[in-house]
Design a protein around this ligand. Sequence first.
Ligand code: RB5
Length: 145
Amino acid sequence: MIIAIACDHGGFELKQRIKEYLRTRDDIKIADLGTDSEESVDYPIYGKACGEAVAGGKADRGIVICGTGIGISIAANKVKGVRCGLCTSVEMAELTRKHNNANILALGGRITAPGLALDITKTWLDTEFEGGRHRRRTDMLDEML
Ligand code: RB5
């Protein structure tokens, strides 16, 4: 599975931690779309880039990180075909896959401690969509843009 990962300066440190974990997995290839330092940048550019990579089929799923996770998730969700969920707990990570079929995970580098962010990421990567009644609703989401 190819995972596109992108962040702004507020998410850079956490992105490095998440990439360390992703590198330990044989089933994952990383497409890092930047940014590459803690120098100030604009999160819409990176949320859009990750959204386009996933919606365009260059990546199977994506992870976006800014300071809160809010701005970059809003940006990613403006790309048609993206269902990006901001998660601050493992339960949210599980449900955003099972119910929302989220194809991008958003994290807040200044909000969520690295250990919890890793647990969220692992759960999000390894939980499947339940389909059924949830598919009708995700289909409605996909028709909105
Ligand atoms: C950057 O300072 C900060 O606004 C950004 O990382 C993010 O939190 C926006 O939602």
